[in-house]
Every structure is written in structure tokens, then in C-alpha cells.
Design a protein around this ligand. Structure first.
Ligand code: FAD
Ligand code: PHB
Length: 391
């Protein structure tokens, strides 16, 4: 087997990269460890920046997104018994976010790839990227009990945080930067109409809570819990009681409840691997960096990386110019670190830290007041949240 770019991972990064390359006349094969059904059902992100929406639409994978995605012009920060709206239309005119599930993005991209004759091999195992420090890289893998080798010019490691590509780079080449948080999130998908028009980020002494949504009939919630929380300890009744306690803090506001369709615990972590390339192997998305979901950035950053990688590969294939390929990591890392800082900051601002002393808590309250009371501070939050422009 031979292709120009071997892509490991059929998450948003790998699928979007494959499609963007196809639109530039560059061939690729996507190798995915899981089945198609599994990747299409994995409930994760929900907030798309304008730049991500524009990229998906321009790639011809935006029809359903434009029809079903919910455009939001603000978010609410709820604390101290009050809601404070961060009004994008006033603070960052013309910019908004679109609420649309990651699994819908994945479905749309898979459909677009298959309609264009793209090759996605689901359910492969023992994927091994090799020879990327030579002009002849290859990826070997097992499919239907047989071992195969995919020869290529470049390898894109889009295989998420737990993938194999990052670890295939020789020891000592990459530098890691990370932060662990002393809490996790329970994510809940419920068959109930959202009790709010816009997302609510609630900071509360009992812990952080987030009210998001997927459609007029589906709500998505998150609750700050211990990092090692056992989901078995969270009955649906307990989840609703805790969401009520953390969200019904504004006079007259009530949470509607309904059947819980899915629930699970997610760890919170910040992580960056530098550089994001070695020889002919390029890392993109969660394979290279992770942010805590409080800033709603991971998927958007993955889309950004592969846009940069597409430009770099297109420059190479069309005229033999390596400049952009050589600069790939540096071009991505500038935005990666902006998003790292924003996601860390949102997390620190809104969560309850068990061991924080009263002084820390007062600082946090003061910053929350400042963010909501000052246009300068709320504009900073708004411009980062909707997504900074192109690099
Ligand atoms: P992934 O989606 O992890 O895809 C990697 C793919 O590679 C997977 O399909 C995996 O099965 C496959 N793979 C792994 N190992 C191998 C292997 N060895 N061989 C072959 N294939 C392999 N981001 C936002 O922008 N907005 C949000 O609102 C948001 N909310 C989030 C909420 C939660 C609860 C979580 C957990 C994440 C959230 N994120 C959010 C982050 C976002 O989901 C990720 O950043 C995004 O999935 C990254 O995409 P990716 O393609 O890089 O990696
Ligand atoms: C989501 O809808 O899944 C979501 C929204 C905002 C976040 C994180 C997740 O910050």
C-alpha cells in the first residue's frame, strides 16, 4: 500500500486533515483503532469557534452544521447569586460560537471523506509508525489478523493523547509541559430541553457546574468532582440534585430534568509536547497538546493545527518548498500556548480548589467581579472564547 500522507487516528484532527489534503489533490489513508460506530458516538466537545465553522463549511462538510448548529452570541457566568452575561455581540462584534456536537462533526467528516472516495481503515491494531527520520516513512498495522505496511511521504500523528505516534519519537527529542488539576468533570447527556438559551458557567462553593446543550431537545451538563470519582456513586437523582444545588442560585431560575442518556468522568489536564514534529512525522490535535475543557478549545485547536499542516504540505507538494513544513511546530505553538493560558485561567477562575485558603478564594471572587464588571476584562475573555483570528 502507498499513499502520500499516512494519518493515524480518525478523530476530528485526522478526518479534517484527510479531507483538506484531498481538496488540495494530496492523497492520504486514515488508520483508526476503533470502529466507525464507536467514533461516531463518542460524546465530547460541543463548542465550535467561527474559524472552525468556516473551515468545515469551506471543506464542504458544513451543510448539517449550518442547518442544525446553534449560534450563540454570549455566555453566562453565574456566581454570588447572580448571572453575568458576557455579550459577544457588544464586546467582539461580528464573532460568535456555534454549539454542535463533536460526534456530529465526526459523522459529517466521515461522510464527506467516503463520498469523495477517501480511505479510512477502521478497527486496525498495533499501528507502528517507522522510518520517519528517513525519506521513506511507513506505518505498519494489523487488519483482519494480517500485517500490512503503508508506505508514505509523511506521517500525521492525529491519534489523540493516548496514541502511539508521540511515543514513537526517540526519547529526549520532545519536551513535555504539563499540569494536573485536583479534580475531574462528570459529563451528562440528558433528554431534556435546555433550561437556558446560552451556556451557563457556574462557580459555586460546592464546585463548578456547566449547563450546555446539543439541540432543542438535548442538554449537556458537567459537574466538578474529585479526580478519581467513581461514576457508580452518581445515581441520576444525585446528579440532578447536585446540578440544582450549583445552578439554581439565581432567584426564579429553575432547572428542567429528564432521562439521563449517558454519563462519565473526564480527567482534567494541561499538556504540551514540543516540538510538534520530528523528521517526517507531524503531531496534530490532542496527540500534541491537551487543555482542560473549561475554555472549550481542544477540538478548535485540533482544527487549527491541521489547517496549518495542510498549507505546509500543499506548499511542499506544489513547488517543493519546505519552509512551511519546517515551521509547522512554531506556527502551531504560538496559538497552542495562548489557548493553554486561556484554558488554565478559565479553569482556575471557575473551579473550587479544596485546599485553597480564604485569601485565594477572595482573589478568585475579586477576579470574577472584575471580569464581569469591566469591559476591558470581559472583552479579553470574550475574544479568547470566540477564538482569536488567524496567526
Ligand atoms: P481524538 O478525538 O482523541 O481522536 C484521536 C483518534 O485516534 C481516536 O479516534 C482514537 O481512537 C484514535 N487512536 C488512538 N490511538 C490510536 C492508535 N494507536 N492507532 C490508531 N488510532 C488510534 N474541545 C472543544 O474544542 N470544545 C469543547 O467544548 C470541548 N469539550 C470537551 C469536553 C470533554 C468532556 C472532553 C473529554 C473533551 C472536550 N474537548 C473540547 C476536547 C476535544 O474533544 C478534543 O480536543 C478533540 O477530540 C481532539 O481531537 P483529535 O482528533 O486530536 O483527538
Ligand atoms: C460541551 O457542550 O460539551 C462543552 C461546552 C463548553 C465547554 C466544554 C464542553 O467549556
Amino acid at each position: 500500500m502507498r499513499t502520500q500522507v499516512a494519518i493515524v487516528g480518525a478523530g476530528p484532527a485526522g478526518l479534517l486533515l484527510s479531507h483538506l489534503l484531498h481538496l488540495r489533490g494530496i492523497s492520504s489513508v486514515v488508520l483508526e483503532a476503533r470502529g466507525r460506530d464507536y467514533v461516531q458516538k463518542r460524546v465530547r466537545a460541543g463548542v465550535l469557534e467561527q474559524g472552525t465553522v468556516d473551515t468545515l463549511v469551506a471543506a464542504g462538510a458544513g451543510e448539517r452544521l449550518l442547518g442544525e448548529g446553534m449560534v450563540h452570541h454570549g455566555i453566562e457566568l453565574r456566581f454570588g447569586g447572580q448571572g453575568h452575561r458576557i455579550a459577544f455581540e457588544r464586546l467582539v462584534p461580528g464573532r460568535a460560537i456555534t454549539v454542535y456536537g463533536q460526534q456530529e462533526v465526526v459523522k459529517d467528516l466521515i461522510a464527506a471523506r467516503l463520498a469523495a472516495g477517501g480511505q479510512i481503515l477502521f478497527g486496525v491494531s498495533d499501528v507502528a509508525p517507522e522510518g520517519f527520520d528517513t525519506p521513506h516513512p511507513e506505518v505498519s498495522f494489523t487488519r483482519d489478523t494480517k500485517r500490512h505496511t503503508l508506505h508514505c511521504d509523511y506521517i500525521a500523528g492525529c491519534d489523540g493523547f493516548h496514541g502511539v505516534c508521540r511515543d514513537a519519537i526517540p526519547a529526549g527529542v520532545l519536551k513535555y509541559f504539563d499540569r494536573e488539576y485536583p479534580f475531574g468533570w462528570i459529563g451528562v447527556l440528558a433528554a431534556v430541553a435546555p433550561s437556558t438559551q446560552e451556556l451557563i458557567y457556574a462557580s459555586n462553593e460546592r464546585g463548578f457546574a456547566l449547563h450546555s446543550m446539543r439541540s432543542p431537545e438535548l442538554s449537556r451538563f458537567y459537574l466538578q468532582v474529585a479526580a478519581d470519582e467513581d461514576i457508580a456513586a452518581w445515581s441520576d437523582e444525585r446528579i440532578w440534585a447536585e446540578l440544582r444545588a450549583r445552578l439554581e442560585t439565581v432567584p426564579g431560575w429553575q432547572l428542567s430534568t429528564g432521562p439521563v442518556l449517558e454519563k462519565g468522568v473526564t480527567a482534567m489536564r494541561s499538556f504540551v509536547a514540543e516540538p510538534m514534529q520530528f523528521g517526517r512525522l507531524f503531531l496534530a490535535g490532542d496527540a500534541a497538546h491537551i487543555v482542560p475543557p473549561t475554555g472549550a478549545k481542544g477540538l478548535n485547536l485540533a482544527a487549527f493545527d491541521v489547517t496549518i499542516l495542510t498549507e505546509a504540505l500543499a506548499a511542499w507538494y506544489s513547488g517543493g518548498d519546505r519552509t512551511l513544513l519546517d515551521r509547522y511546530s512554531a506556527a502551531c505553538l504560538r496559538r497552542v500556548w495562548r489557548v493553554q493560558q486561556f484554558s488554565w485561567w478559565m479553569t482556575t477562575l471557575l473551579h473550587t480548589f479544596e485546599h485553597s485558603d480564604p485569601y485565594d478564594r477572595r482573589l478568585q471572587q475579586s477576579y470574577l467581579d472584575y471580569v464581569c464588571g469591566s469591559d476591558a476584562a470581559s472583552t479579553s475573555l470574550a475574544e479568547n472564547y470566540v477564538g482569536l483570528g488567524p496567526p
